[in-house]
Design a protein around this ligand. Structure first.
Ligand code: ZN
Length: 656
């Protein structure tokens, strides 16, 4: 639990006294990433979350791939120079920049028309705030304070409250507001700045960030006031990130009803209304333009109680997670949703599964789960966390992917440290420093264990610490041990994932429960004593997945993991997978490659998967009986791979 002083930098009691919006504040921060304020009574009429997350400061990560990934991102964040990210903010405010601007989307002419200049600073603030909350390392707090002070200076010099880094400065936004044709996505870019300041205010208690954020919010209220609802809706045809989400958050942070109105005005009705009626109209739409809006719809529901927004968010999640996603949890080709009848035309693209989409789907999944704690959400979270997020980081350089396509024999490509600054570089700064925000959840009586990751969680209201020891996914079991101040009555809810036929629970070495209901929670409610130990045993086995429209194109899985065939690094110069231009995916390292053929019935082929004796390393038999090495996709780096296979018909039986 967070101390009183952590509530937006003031004591909660002071805040209640002055703002009269304590319930709003509590509801707000409970839903923001990484915080875990205890639930207070909600504002009358507003829906209450069924589960609360734990504050990231109360969760520790043990040694393992997630902690490794976190450390790589921490190092990257500390290597970047705030003055270089602030360059164009200062230029636009009429101030002298203190260092040269970074490359890529931040300044390079080839990306000029997208006008994403400045998005990195927003992601960077979010990344530092998440890292600070996760680790308590003051260096992240110092970065935030430095940037917030500089942005405050820019805001003061610029006078209106708008801070931005676009080459034409505020003129771009002004033209957009006037309804003129523009190039670029100014609200998308500004959303990152808003979100970064919000995270800095909430997670790192940065008062300056909060002040800059509120002034930036008030600028938007005034600047958009002349727009009719119809004009506003037309403006939303241009990508605008999660502006509706941020204004709902601002409403929760302040209780100011103007911000709630803004969250509704920033909600794109042309997208929301069909989804609320359970109509999937996503074919052909730009995927990552939509997902953040949908995260915002859920947040607008929380701020208004209007169930249309919840219905839209839940339906979108269901259709994307269950009908439009690859086995890895990613979706889309060349950034767009495609008609699933055309799966075959898209699955082997080098430009599948933009990593930002997975980042944003996990945000949506986490938000929906708290209001409707279904295992289906947690299962999707696990699948995408391993096969999308953990898989996206180069374990050696810490750099991240843009696309994670399934062109057979292609390889993962990562951004450079200083010359790319793609959207996925930005979300990559956040992904790996917030792993601990979704391992555990709780209500008043039960602690939910959603992910099997070495870690511990302090449930301060109960005087309890639960420590999880596991080598999952190398070993399909986990052990949880209570440290308690006194015997305590609580329920432990362990996820029995869909991928495991059974789940067996041992308490202090004695089998007490066996579930044969995959996709449910196994509950053990009792009075726990200090030192009590619970073991959960699951079953991981090889499986096969295909899309209904193309049953001969399959991916092989093992538990929640997608298994990739690996083909070595022949023809790949060291470092040739660290690239500048995300638009050239598919043309980097594009030597022709023919993957080995698999033939016959996919389920029968899956039965040929054999362990090599090394953890999670397998072979599968090709049509010519040569074994192909299979490893979890998230462990593939710097070599050619295949995640999807076109299965040939079984060879004709040999004539007798
Ligand atoms: Zn991206």
């Amino acid at each position: 639990m967070i101390t009183e002083a952590r509530c937006a930098g003031r004591s909660r009691r002071d805040f209640l006294a002055t703002a009269g919006t304590g319930a709003l504040v509590a509801a707000s921060v409970a839903s923001l990433p990484g915080t875990g304020h205890a639930a207070l009574p909600q504002e009358a009429g507003l829906p209450a979350a069924k589960l609360q997350p734990f504050d990231m400061a109360d969760v520790t990560l043990g040694e393992g791939p997630f902690l490794h990934a976190q450390r790589m991102t921490e190092a990257y964040l500390l290597k970047l120079e705030p003055d270089r990210m602030l360059h164009n903010f200062r230029v636009n405010a009429g101030l002298k920049p203190k260092a040269a601007v970074y490359g890529g989307w931040e300044s390079d002419a080839i990306w000029e028309e997208i006008n994403c200049h400045g998005h990195t600073l927003g992601h960077y603030l979010s990344g530092c705030a998440l890292a600070y909350r996760s680790t308590g390392n003051r260096r992240f707090r110092e970065r935030i304070d430095y940037i917030a002070a500089d942005l405050a200076e820019c805001q003061k010099a610029g006078e209106t409250g708008l801070i931005c880094a676009f080459p034409k400065g505020p003129a771009l936004v002004a033209a957009h507001l006037r309804g003129e044709k523009i190039t670029g996505v100014p609200w998308y870019t500004l959303h990152k700045v808003y979100a970064g300041l919000r995270d800095a205010a909430v997670l790192a208690d940065s008062e300056t960030s909060r002040a800059v954020l509120l002034r930036l919010a008030d600028w938007a209220v005034v600047a958009t006031r002349p727009l009719s609802d119809a004009q506003f809706e037309t403006m939303l045809n241009t990508e605008h990130g999660g502006m509706n989400e941020v204004f709902a958050d601002l409403y929760f942070m302040t209780g100011n009803p103007e911000y709630r109105t803004m969250s509704l005005r920033f909600s794109h009705k042309a997208i929301m209304e069909p989804l609320a009626r359970a109509r999937d109209h996503l074919d052909g739409l730009h995927a990552n333009t939509q997902v953040p809006k949908i995260v915002g719809f859920q947040r607008v529901y929380e701020a208004t109680g209007d169930v249309k927004y919840k219905d839209a968010a839940a339906f979108f999640w269901d259709t994307v997670a269950h009908t439009r996603s690859f086995a890895t949890g990613g979706h889309g080709d060349n950034e767009h949703f495609f008609a699933m009848a055309d799966f075959e035309k898209h699955v082997f693209s080098a430009k599948g599964s933009e990593t930002c989409c997975q980042h944003n789907m996990l945000k949506l999944t986490r938000a929906l789960f708290q209001y409707d704690p279904q295992v289906a959400y947690a299962d999707y979270y696990e699948r995408t966390l391993y096969n999308g997020i953990l898989a996206s980081q180069d374990p050696d350089s810490g750099m991240a992917t843009y696309f994670q396509g399934a062109r057979p024999g292609y390889m993962k490509l990562y951004h450079t440290p200083e010359d790319s600054f793609w959207c996925c570089t930005g979300t990559g700064m956040e992904n790996h420093v917030k792993y601990r925000d979704s391992l555990y959840f709780h209500d008043d009586r039960a602690l939910y264990v959603n992910l099997f990751v070495p870690s511990s969680v302090a449930w301060k209201a109960k005087g309890a610490v639960l420590t999880q020891t596991t080598r999952f996914p190398d070993v399909p079991s986990t052990t949880l041990r209570w440290k308690l101040q006194r015997p305590t009555e609580m329920a432990l809810k362990l996820r029995h994932p869909r991928w495991s036929r059974t789940a067996t629970v041992l308490v202090n070495g004695t089998e007490t429960l066996r579930s044969s209901n995959p996709g449910s929670y196994v509950e053990i409610a009792r009075t726990w004593n200090d030192g009590d130990e619970v073991e959960l045993r699951l079953i991981m086995e090889a499986g096969v997945e295909s899309a209904p429209a193309a049953p001969d194109i399959v991916a092989f899985t093992y538990g929640p993991l997608v298994l990739a065939g690996t083909f070595g690094r022949e023809g790949l110069a060291p470092g040739s997978d660290i690239v500048v231009n995300e638009r050239k995916y598919g043309s980097y390292n594009d030597a022709p490659f023919t993957p080995p053929m698999l033939a016959g019935d996919p389920t029968t082929i899956a039965r040929t998967i054999r362990t090599t004796g090394k953890p999670l390393e397998f072979t599968i038999a090709s049509a010519d009986q040569r074994p192909i090495r299979l490893i979890p996709y998230h462990r593939v780096a710097h070599e050619r791979y295949a995640t999807y296979w076109r299965i040939a018909p079984a060879a004709d039986p040999k004539p007798v």
